[in-house]
Design a binder for this molecule. Structure first.
Ligand code: PEP
Length: 241
């Protein structure tokens, strides 16, 4: 049984004060308890998430990390630093990091293995550009990203991972993959990772498209960017019917 999972990716949004206000408002909502809920905030919000989510069943984490435990890596953060503030999850290989910060399949793989040595659950992002989709290279590209992330990972550990299929052309654009397009890619990822690994969809998820996406057999949840910044819309997505 794969528990549905709804994850907020705040990207570079929200100060600590804004994060605290958001969480207080979120916790005052009636949220479906049969879903795993998580918030991935900027590093400076993590202690706030720790304090505010203390008595709740909401998970939280960061949007990146380094694979080394410590060292001369200016601007980076390690697994133990994230664990120290109670993080349970970490987003890895988001397309914005691949596009703007030189994240590669190889660095994603190193980070996945480093996270697995700890209690952190990695959410590994994969997805194709519009050009690759137009050239009918989507499945080839996405499955190659998934396999690259899994190099050297024990198959028994696949259940500790979460994948997020995020077509780059649908991120922050208001354009969503159709449920059928998303399901096709999720099914291809499923063949590699097996039945017990959750695969989220990300790319302009909104209250009005989440239900149809969640009806697909291989879509186990959503990674939500823009629509996770407002409590009302995020709560509506969590409580999809
Ligand atoms: C994301 O940042 O992972 C994302 C899917 O963003 P948005 O929902 O804004 O498209």
């Amino acid at each position: 049984m794969r528990t549905p999972m709804i994850v907020a990716n705040w990207k570079m949004h929200k100060t600590s004060v804004e994060a605290a206000q958001f969480i207080q408002a979120l916790l005052s909502k009636d949220l479906n308890s049969e879903r795993d809920i998580a918030v991935c905030g900027p590093f400076t919000t993590l202690t706030i998430l720790q304090q505010q989510f203390d008595d709740s069943n909401i998970f939280y984490g960061s949007q990146n990390m380094h694979w080394e435990e410590s060292g001369a890596y200016t601007g980076e953060i390690s697994t133990s630093m994230l664990l120290e503030v109670g993080c349970q999850i970490v987003i890895l290989g988001h397309s914005e990091r691949r596009q703007y910060f030189n994240e590669t399949d190889d660095t994603v793989n190193k980070k996945v293995k480093a996270a697995l040595e700890t209690m952190l659950t990695p959410i590994i992002c994969v997805g194709e550009t519009l050009e690759l989709r137009k050239n009918e290279k989507t499945l080839e590209h996405v499955t190659s990203q998934v396999k690259a992330a899994l190099v050297g990972v024990d198959k028994n550990d696949y259940t500790k991972l979460v994948f997020a299929y995020e077509p780059i052309w649908a991120i922050g654009t208001g354009e969503t993959a159709t449920a059928g397009q998303a399901q096709e890619v999720h099914a291809a990822i499923r063949k590699i990772v097996g039945d017990d690994t959750r695969i989220l969809y990300g790319g302009s998820v909104k209250p009005d498209n989440i239900s149809e996406l969640m009806q697909q057999p291989d879509i186990d949840g959503a990674l939500v960017g823009g629509a996770s910044l407002e409590v009302e819309t995020f709560a509506e997505i969590i409580n999809y019917k």
